[in-house]
Design a protein. Sequence first.
Length: 161
Amino acid sequence: MTRFSLLQRIAAVAVAAGSGIVLGVVAAPAAAEPQLIDTISCNSPDPWSSVPLRIAVDVYNNVEIPKDGARPPVLYLSANTLRSASLFEYTVETTVRWTNTSTGAVGTVILPSRGHSVNWEGSLQTGRGNISFIVHQKIGALAFVPMVNPQYSSCSGSATV
């Protein structure tokens, strides 16, 4: 290819791009946004102090691409508290038991976490239907070993996926 024909081709591409002609690009449909359907309170005693931890659990459906890679349809739970343990950390073992009352399917998901505040999240691969779930939290202090002075709490909720 001569230098002149290469410059002609580059110019033709530049003209096509400048005129709004786009070749070979297909716009993907926009993914549906996860929908926050409820926030439940799942407070717990604090292993570090006498002041209870205020834990909010956000419940989402319509999650097409869960962070943990689960295959949809899923019910997605995300828990957090704003208070931190300052220098030390919490260890958390959350067990969620769920029942799809529409299909009869049941399941259990264990969601471990660790950090300066109580945060955990995960997907429940429930299938479509009416879902009821119970959250059991075991929250301990991380003081050179995990789960020192463990504290227990439970809460429940329901949603439609």
